[in-house]
Ligand binder design. Structure first.
Ligand SMILES: *Cc1c(COP(=O)(O)O)cnc(C)c1O
Length: 370
């Protein structure tokens, strides 16, 4: 038996959703208006409302969302931005794009998100912002991190955490700015690139709105230096409006899959994610010393898996020789060598989850089993 189980398959979606998306796309085609229009405006309002904040600004992608958030806070050369090094390098790319330097903070053992005590110990006078990444769909400990940041503005990277919440307060509504990606595989995904910045601050929203379109104050009037072209288009916005209505349902299914894994893998010797409202199971990530062996075993069984992420930011080739690239991050480095992502997406069937769990148990210990 060799049934292929994919890490993700975006073509598996409810038939009703597919029909609604088709209608939405046809309407935009017929409207003759394709970039920054009524669909984008409506989506911005609906998505900000979903997050429980006053303002939403659609942008080109999640990395631009982070960069424009930093620019809106007027962060640039000579400034330092605290961030983690185990989150795929998106924060680092944005920090370097504005000419600032990353200050890497180690992560907590359990959540693999930023350690608030390490942040408090590392923060310097020239640390002008903190980017907190809600990794794998798990919200970081925002209460403790906001306290550690003191008055330094905190930007949330919510690209993996659409709809995650702590005490009812949604990811993106905690920091001064919340940044989202709608890359197709995200919990809320477009059919191309897309992103958004949400904020409760009208002035910052206006600045991001200007920066995403050349720094204009009005047509052909350049106001803000550092302006870019980073716009959300009408097609993506129309698709996102439809998919936003399915987000909570998708997140619930992801959590259900994570619960099944946790039940069927208990006793197999891997560290597993706790499932609650603060986790939207963007990625189901196991941790263990035999990660590479398990990955090979899954590959032989035609089961998709991946490592998010194999090389921390400070050890990347692009960071070589930089003074900021030699931090002491023991937990981060251990995580990178131990994490393994299993298939977890709303269209995955229970029997597939079981087959993945059986393959993990077969590799892990002769005594454990589903
Ligand atoms: C995907 C992702 C981004 C970047 O989003 P893009 O739309 O691909 O630019 C940023 N941060 C995190 C944590 C992500 O997972």
């Amino acid at each position: 038996m060799n049934i292929k189980i994919p890490l993700n398959d975006l073509s598996r979606q409810p038939a009703a959703l597919g029909r609604e998306i088709g209608d939405a796309v046809r309407d935009v085609m017929a409207s003759g208006w394709y970039i920054l229009g009524p669909q984008v405006e409506a989506f911005e309002a609906e998505f900000a409302g979903f997050c429980g904040v006053a303002h939403g600004v659609g942008v080109g992608n999640g990395t631009d969302a982070l960069e424009l958030a930093l620019r809106a806070l007027e962060i640039g050369p000579g400034d330092q931005v605290a961030a983690v090094a185990n989150a795929g390098g998106y924060g680092t790319a944005a920090i370097r794009a504005v000419g600032a330097e990353p200050l890497y903070i180690d992560v907590q053992e359990d959540s693999m998100t930023m350690d608030s005590r390490a942040l408090a110990a590392a923060i310097e006078p020239r640390t002008r912002a903190v980017i907190v990444t809600h990794l794998y769909g798990r919200m970081a400990d925002m209460t403790a991190l906001l306290a550690s940041a003191g008055g330094v503005p905190v930007i949330e990277d919510c690209a993996q955490a659409h709809g995650a919440r702590i005490c009812g307060r949604i990811a993106g509504a905690w920091g001064v700015l919340g940044c989202f990606s709608f890359y197709p595989t995200k919990n809320l995904g477009a059919v191309g690139d897309g992103g958004a910045v949400v904020t409760g601050d009208a002035g910052l929203a206006a600045r991001v709105r200007s920066l995403r379109q050349y720094g204009w104050s009005s047509k052909y009037r350049s106001h803000s230096p550092g302006g870019r072209n980073s716009r959300l288009d009408e097609m993506q916005a129309a698709v996102l409006r439809v998919k936003l209505r399915y987000l909570e349902e998708g997140n619930a299914r992801r959590r259900k899959i994570a619960c099944l894994y946790n039940r069927w893998l208990s006793g197999a010797g891997w560290r597993m994610p706790a499932v609650g409202d603060d986790y939207v199971a963007h990625l189901y990530v196991l941790r263990g010393a035999r990660r590479d062996g398990l990955r090979d075993a899954l590959r032989r069984a035609s089961i998709g898996s991946d490592v998010h992420y194999p090389v921390p930011d400070h050890l990347q080739e692009s960071a070589r020789g930089r003074a900021w690239a030699a931090p002491n991050l023991p937990v981060t480095e251990r995580c990178c060598s131990e994490v393994l992502t299993l298939p977890c997406f709303p269209g995955l069937h229970d029997d597939e989850v079981r087959m993945v769990a059986e393959a993990v148990c077969a590799f892990s210990a002769p005594t454990s089993g589903v």
